[in-house]
Write a protein that binds this ligand. Structure first.
Ligand SMILES: Cc1cc2nc3c(=O)[nH]c(=O)nc-3n(C[C@H](O)[C@H](O)[C@H](O)COP(=O)(O)OP(=O)(O)OC[C@H]3O[C@@H](n4cnc5c(N)ncnc54)[C@H](O)[C@@H]3O)c2cc1C
Length: 408
């Protein structure tokens, strides 16, 4: 007899989970609240080129390569020139914002200083102690803050490096060498027609056999357990929905913190860097409005259709109370572009995407929330019920982590 796997949420976490469950010969049921699969990920083909709503690429590992092979998907690799990463420092674009002394201090700390966390040490304090304050503020803050959206003193080091063992007294270098489940990074990839290709391929692979309920919110847990005989339940909801779902079954669960993210993908007539590159990160001290900009047409081929245009994605992160209109954001974007290139022209076309309260803050509250989820998984397992929580609030925001987690 086949077992039942019930998946709540049809984003990439849910779809990859569904694919593996089906390959393991399970009956698969997906509940998706919206009218389409893919969640945050979607691609729009515009008359200027591709516009992604969230991820525009992901890190390939042998495990993900295997999945793409099964899905008959051929990824495209990032262009060589996108290895160049830029920082905005002292009103200039530079690849290396540190002095020789800062670099020496950072390498020394990385190799030799004890990186074990101290009691109540914030990520800002920890990274300044290990790498030096200049590296923390000029490199780590824009790089990590740009990905996770929060200020360094909000972030929780254990959440950011959840695969590292934090129990031992050792340097960060040693800790990194002994990382659990270390997978080789095979480079950044995407697809010729954008990230939607992976969603479409997963959908076509699972839809002949899986039962997919669109426009259906996840039923509550007791109804699910009544309806399906001993199901494996994969909760692949966004953090805000996962929290609401849990409130029905757990008392006293602390509300995690969320962020708003808005992006503007625009097609522009002039480059903002002299040479091609991946993008520019803006440290908070530089007083730019955006957290950073991705130079899409320098990263992957096939990103623009019209000649003499470039594609950029500007990322704006704010707390959940700050809601900005499209016009306000476009105005902020132009202010930033003109700080970099004084004579910058307005974009030929721009596309704004807002994600309100969809992004987790990787802080202490999220660490505690995850511990609660881990405990719930164990408690339910002891009662003979398999429940697994998956999503970008568990072990990292990027698709690499999500896809690897979804294979569980
Ligand atoms: C602007 C931006 C840029 C990004 N760039 C990158 C990148 O370059 N590389 C990278 O690796 N990652 C990137 N990410 C992260 C990555 O895109 C996301 O973490 C990932 O897509 C999340 O997938 P998910 O399936 O876990 O969640 P989601 O995509 O949020 O899917 C959850 C699904 O659950 C559904 N749902 C919600 N409530 C209910 C309910 N009550 N019942 C049933 N269903 C429900 C939703 O409709 C949705 O379909 C980016 C994210 C953003 C926002």
């Amino acid at each position: 007899m086949k077992n039942n796997t019930v998946i709540l949420g049809g984003g990439i976490s849910g779809l990859v989970s569904a694919f593996y469950a089906q390959n393991a010969n399970q009956n698969v049921y997906i509940y998706e609240a919206s009218d389409r699969l893919g969640g945050l990920i979607s691609t729009t083909q515009t008359e200027y080129g591709i516009v992604e709503s969230a991820a525009n690429g992901f890190i390939l590992t042998s495990e993900i390569q295997n999945l793409l092979h099964k899905l008959n998907l051929k990824p495209i690799s990032a262009k060589k020139e996108s290895r160049r990463r830029y920082f905005y420092s002292n009103r200039k674009i530079t690849q290396f914002p540190l002095s020789f002394c800062d670099l020496f201090r950072a390498v020394f700390g990385f190799l030799f200083l004890n990186s074990k966390l101290r009691v109540n040490e914030t990520f800002l304090q920890w990274s300044s102690r290990i790498f030096g304050i200049n590296t923390a503020l000029k490199i780590i803050e824009p790089a990590i803050g740009g990905i996770y959206g929060a200020k360094l003193d909000q972030l929780d080091t254990r959440m950011l490096f959840s695969k590292l063992d934090w129990s031992k007294n050792q340097s960060f270098f040693r800790r990194y060498l002994t990382k659990k489940n270390k997978k080789k990074n095979l480079g950044l990839v995407s697809f010729e027609n954008g990230m939607v290709s992976v969603i479409q391929a997963l959908e076509s692979a699972i839809s002949p056999k899986a039962v997919i309920y669109l426009n259906r919110k996840a039923p509550n847990l007791s109804d699910l357990l009544n309806e399906y005989e001993s199901p494996a339940l994969h909760i692949c909801l966004p953090l805000n929905e996962c929290y609401s779902y849990l409130r029905e079954i757990v008392d006293q669960i602390q509300i995690p913190n969320f962020l708003n993210i808005s992006t503007i993908t625009c097609f522009v007539q002039e480059r903002i860097t002299k040479k091609p590159g991946f993008g520019i990160l803006f440290p908070k001290g530089e007083r730019m409005n955006a957290s950073g900009v991705l130079l899409n047409s320098d990263i992957f081929p096939h990103r623009i259709i019209k000649e003499n245009l470039w594609s950029e994605t500007w990322i704006f992160i704010s707390d959940p109370q700050t809601i900005r209109s499209d016009e306000e954001l476009l105005d902020l974007l132009m202010q930033d572009r003109r700080r970099i290139v004084a004579a910058a022209m307005p974009p030929v076309q721009s596309y704004v995407t807002h994600w309100h309260r969809k992004f987790p803050v990787y802080d202490k509250a999220l660490y505690e929330f995850n511990r609660k989820l881990d405990q719930l998984e164990v408690d339910y397992f002891d009662r003979g019920i398999k429940i697994i929580f998956k999503g970008n609030y568990r072990r990292g925001i990027g698709l690499r982590n999500l896809i690897e987690m979804a294979t569980r």
